[in-house]
Design a protein. Structure first.
Length: 108
């Protein structure tokens, strides 16, 4: 994605989720750790790529995630959608390495 958009195109949007061991141990859900649009979204995507963090495209999920505050756990209504994305990311990671923890996830 480029910083310059066609006149009718919407600004890019991105969000990042993380699900750490402390979240799982506490019975918590994945947390929203970054979100933004335009230049900020491009920065989230750039950093995700640099860190080899999986990037998933979902207009519906990004629209839902943009409504929440940073460091907030995702609500139960998004559990299934986020679980599917995390399973996808885990499969990618399993294919890339023999084992290891899930990395943060960027969604755009």
């Amino acid at each position: 994605m480029t910083a310059r958009q066609d006149s009718g195109a919407a600004a890019p949007r991105a969000a990042a989720l993380v699900y750490e061991a402390r979240d799982a141990a506490a019975g918590g859900a994945p947390r929203l750790v970054a979100k933004g649009q335009g230049t900020l979204a491009e920065e989230i995507i750039r950093r995700a790529r640099e860190g080899a963090v999986p990037i998933h495209r979902s207009r519906e999920l990004i629209a839902a995630l943009m409504q929440f505050d940073l460091d907030q756990q995702i609500p139960p209504a998004l559990y299934v959608a986020v679980a599917e994305v995390l399973a996808w990311a885990h499969q990618l990671e399993a294919e890339a390495t023999a084992a290891g923890p899930l990395q943060p996830l960027a969604i755009r």
